[in-house]
Design a binder for this molecule. Structure first.
Ligand code: HEM
Length: 481
């Protein structure tokens, strides 16, 4: 971080899309690209970038831009294409060492070197990541292609493959009802910005986030301090950083754990403080006591019921259904007497205005999340163990102060609240059966400590990328050598 300079002017047409506002298309393909090592390879890649930044051509897809609420030409494009570059990618395109040195260390180190901060050890260690993430130095660009129709994605891929070596790809899709494996509705809470009109978020009453939360060169919530803009200015300004993560979810293990927890609770002397006799109907239609206890454990671990209703405002009931009918999914805050456990995924990722040890950090670590699921459908009745999970993008202006701080301090160390310090996030933390715990809140304010929580989420690849502005892409296209 560094002290101030003149803030940028907001011009959405110079920004890549999918940063300030999501596309809401049904499918995505991430193409993991390498710029070839010969001069002609670099020249081909640069020609491609130049054309992509200028609106595309018959051979080159256009970079999709932000348009601050309206899409250029009126309608939302049916295919969207964007790029993020790793530090190796910037180097491969010819960015000088002296300029690379002005990027933050966590970015130039790359994701694999930040393993301890990110919980990437044991089965999540990069040594176990499948190709192409087993060769991080060759991962230069992660291109994303969004569409509802796979044929359109294939078309764009063919064009990209003419300019770069495609090392591999990952396909994602939206699951029904915007759910993720584990059965929760996702993508409800996101930062929002005064400069971006998004009718779907106009009812939110959480504080609006300054643009500097995600864009370099704009003020953020750290008073009087701007995140430093890498050099040269045209390259760094209005850029963003992204943590692209391939996160395998053990959906079967998660459902098994809910069974085990409910079984233990049924035999617990305080079980009526979790669910009073006869309370099952409030939790879900057709649920017996065992099933209702499973849902309460799931809701408290996340901080939302699986249908998206916040536990904080609706601790007694998952219903009414649909949730939008009666309760806001976004307008709530935490307090010292919150119903939502301090150890839940939601309170760890975004403590909102609630009490935390570093009060100054409230609202400073907001992350834009763009995720889709990968792998086959999951049926909780049969619980097969095929690999499936989340292709996640966690976007912000500073990887260290935002993504890594959330991953390390809040998700995996629990430093925000002495009551949870030493425990990991129950849903996605680097848990070990021998040491893990999560305090389930009781109706009278007490708690029951759940233990033996296994690790449900394993890292299977990823990279830190820089999301350049359109002028920055033109700058990269104009490099020589
Ligand atoms: C497979 C891994 C993950 C799963 C299944 C998962 C699931 C969820 C779910 C179900 C929600 C609630 C929906 C919502 O509020 O939008 C949520 C919220 C959230 N998650 Fe995750 N998540 C995962 C990984 C992560 C990671 C790695 C981070 C950050 C480092 C993260 C940060 C957040 C944030 C910031 C929120 C919104 C909290 C709020 O503003 O109230 N998640 N996640």
């Amino acid at each position: 971080m560094t002290a101030a300079f003149a803030p940028s002017t907001f011009d959405p047409a110079t920004l890549q899309g999918n940063i300030l506002r999501g596309y809401r298309l049904g499918r995505v393909r991430y193409l993991i690209l390498e710029v070839g090592g010969q001069a002609e390879d670099r020249a081909r890649a640069r020609r491609f970038l130049a054309a992509a930044a200028e609106g595309g051509s018959a051979e080159v897809p256009a970079i999709t831009r932000e348009s601050s609420g309206k899409w250029a030409g009126g309608a939302r494009p049916d295919t969207c294409f964007n790029i993020g570059l790793t530090a190796e990618g910037l180097r491969a395109l010819g960015v000088a060492d002296q300029h690379l040195a002005t990027f933050p260390a966590e970015f130039t180190d790359g994701m694999t070197k930040r393993a301890m901060k990110l919980g990437d050890f044991d089965d999540s260690a990069s040594a176990h990541w499948p190709a192409p993430f087993d060769q991080p130095r060759r991962v230069h660009i992660i291109a994303s292609v969004y569409a509802d129709d796979e044929g359109r994605i294939d078309e764009v891929q063919r064009k990209i493959a003419d300019a770069f070596t495609v090392l591999g790809h990952r396909d994602g899709r939206n699951l029904a009802e915007d759910k993720v494996f584990f059965g929760y509705r996702d993508s409800i809470s996101q930062p929002r910005f005064a400069e971006v009109q998004d009718p779907e978020r106009s009812q939110d009453s959480e504080p609006v986030d300054p643009l500097g939360t995600v864009l370099l060169g704009f003020p953020n919530r750290f008073e009087g301090v701007l995140f430093s803009v890498p050099s040269p200015d045209v390259l760094g300004r209005c850029g963003s950083f992204n943590a692209f993560r391939i996160l395998a979810q053990d959906a079967a293990g998660f459902e098994d754990y809910l069974d085990a927890a409910a079984t233990r609770l049924l035999a617990h002397p305080l079980v009526d403080q979790v669910l009073e006799p006869g309370g099952e109907a409030r939790i879900g239609r057709g649920l017996d006591r065992f099933g209702a206890l499973r849902e309460i454990v799931a809701a408290q671990m996340c901080g939302r019921w699986r249908n998206g209703v916040p536990y904080e405002t609706s601790a007694d009931a998952q219903l009414p259904d649909p949730p939008e009918a009666a309760v806001s999914l976004t307008n709530f805050d935490y307090s010292r007497t919150s119903a939502c456990p301090a150890g839940s995924h939601l309170r760890r990722c975004n403590p909102r205005g609630g009490p935390i040890v570093q009060r100054i950090a409230n609202y400073t670590r907001r992350l834009v999340r763009r995720g889709m699921s990968y792998g086959p459908d999951f049926d909780p009745a049969t619980r097969d163990r095929s690999e499936r999970g989340l292709l996640g993008n966690f976007i912000g202006a500073n990887l260290g102060a935002q993504f890594e701080a959330v991953m390390c301090d809040w998700l995996n160390l629990g430093l925000q609240d002495p009551d949870v310090t030493g425990s990991n996030d129950p849903l996605i933390g680097a848990n070990r059966v021998e040491t893990s715990w999560f305090d389930l809140r009781l109706r009278d304010g007490g708690s029951i400590r759940l233990r033996e929580i296994p690790r449900f989420v394993t890292t299977r690849g990823g990279a830190y990328t820089f999301l350049p502005s359109l002028p920055a892409i033109r700058y990269l296209a104009g490099l020589t050598g």
